[in-house]
Design a protein around this ligand. Structure first.
Ligand SMILES: O=C(O)CCC(=O)C(=O)O
Ligand SMILES: [Fe+2]
Length: 344
């Protein structure tokens, strides 16, 4: 049987999620939407990221194995539009709508962009447990959180995959397992039947992971087969956005041979959930550059966008006459306006 696919549903004209999309994310663990970000911005990002990574079919692409945050384009990037997308007001509004909290209580915890290549049909079979082409079904919380996601009705974060390519031959979609309700066996509690959790080995590749479960955890192996049977795959187009959660079962699936998919991963958490890690390398390693792009980014951001990066919000205890003057001295020449931070 061919995999079941889902297509993105348009947002409303004012670039907000519809009530149905919000409800679907809260109940089913995902929503797949189109039209949230301006098309021109998505095109610009796709072009810039496309030039940054090896072309599909090139020798460098065949050698490319570096995926995950460390090897990816990271926030803040020298590519301006990458940063603009990361802090786009419409994305922040969507997260605020999903979590039901104000934008200024959100924090960015992941922004990285990476390519995935379709293995050439005559390339040798993939070696290794960590091969990324056909992923094992999993949840993302182990490398995002120090703990375990709270009960379903209290989500702490929104994860996103912004697709910058079209699915070629309808392959490479992210598979997700829609949650059907409070008693859905696929979402039994706690969520621990996934590689890397507890004393389970971390294995990325589906076949290797399921062989491992069959021999080490036969009870989990049967459960996991149910997850594969229940999955639906995103039939993505450039600009489509998958919104999901740290407790959503999902996985990456193989691309068409020779294809390249570019995808931007984004996560925003609640400010109070400090146990959720920051996955991108962050600004510490981007300070002290002669082009001052970090300073310009901070100065040019809105108050809300800065707050999402962890900059002290208006009203924070941090602000006093001394810090106002000092921060102005650091950023004022780049156009930073200290006024919103002055207590009235
Ligand atoms: O590539 C995808 O579509 C999903 C990737 C993923 O879930 C992961 O790497 O954790
Ligand atoms: Fe994942």
């Amino acid at each position: 049987m061919p995999p079941k696919t889902v297509t993105a549903q348009p947002v409303t004209n004012d670039q907000r999620l519809t009530d149905a999309q919000v409800q679907q994310w809260r109940d089913s663990g995902y929503a797949f939407v189109s039209g949230l970000l301006p098309e021109t911005m998505v095109d610009e990002l796709a072009e810039a990221a496309g030039a940054h990574y090896p072309a599909a079919g090139s020798a460098a692409a065949a050698d490319f194995t570096d995926f995950g945050s460390a090897g990816a384009l990271n926030f803040p990037a020298k590519i301006n539009v990458f940063n603009q997308v990361t802090l786009h007001p419409q994305l922040l509004q969507a997260v605020s709508d999903l979590l039901g909290v104000a934008v200024d209580t959100l924090r960015l915890s992941q922004s990285d962009l990476w390519p995935k290549y379709g293995r050439d049909a005559n390339q040798p079979a993939p070696p290794g447990l960590q091969d990324n082409a056909d992923q094992r079904i999993h949840v993302d919380y182990p490398n995002h959180s120090l703990v375990h996601p709270p009960p379903w009705q209290r989500p702490e974060a929104v994860e996103m995959i912004l697709y910058l390519s079209d699915a070629e031959d309808e392959l490479g979609g992210t598979a997700v397992v829609p949650r059907t309700g409070a008693n859905d066996p696929a979402y039994r509690w706690p969520i621990i039947d996934s590689p890397g959790i507890g004393d389970l080995r971390y294995i990325n590749n589906r076949e290797a992971a399921e062989t491992y479960f069959a021999s080490q955890r036969p009870a989990s192996a049967g459960f996991r087969q149910l997850l594969y049977e229940r999955e639906v795959r995103t039939l993505y187009r450039r600009g489509d956005l998958l919104l999901y959660r740290h407790d959503t079962w999902h996985r990456g699936t193989p691309l068409a041979p020779g294809a390249r998919r570019l995808a931007h991963n984004l996560t925003y958490r609640k400010a109070a959930s400090e146990w959720i890690s920051t996955l991108h390398t962050g600004w510490a390693w981007q300070a002290y550059r002669d082009d001052k792009f970090l300073e310009r980014l901070i100065a040019g951001a809105t108050v809300e966008q800065r707050t999402v990066l962890g900059f002290p919000a208006p009203g924070s205890d941090y602000w006093c006459s001394e810090t106002l003057a000092a921060v102005d001295a650091r950023y004022g020449m780049f156009g930073f306006d200290v006024a919103p931070y002055i207590a009235t």
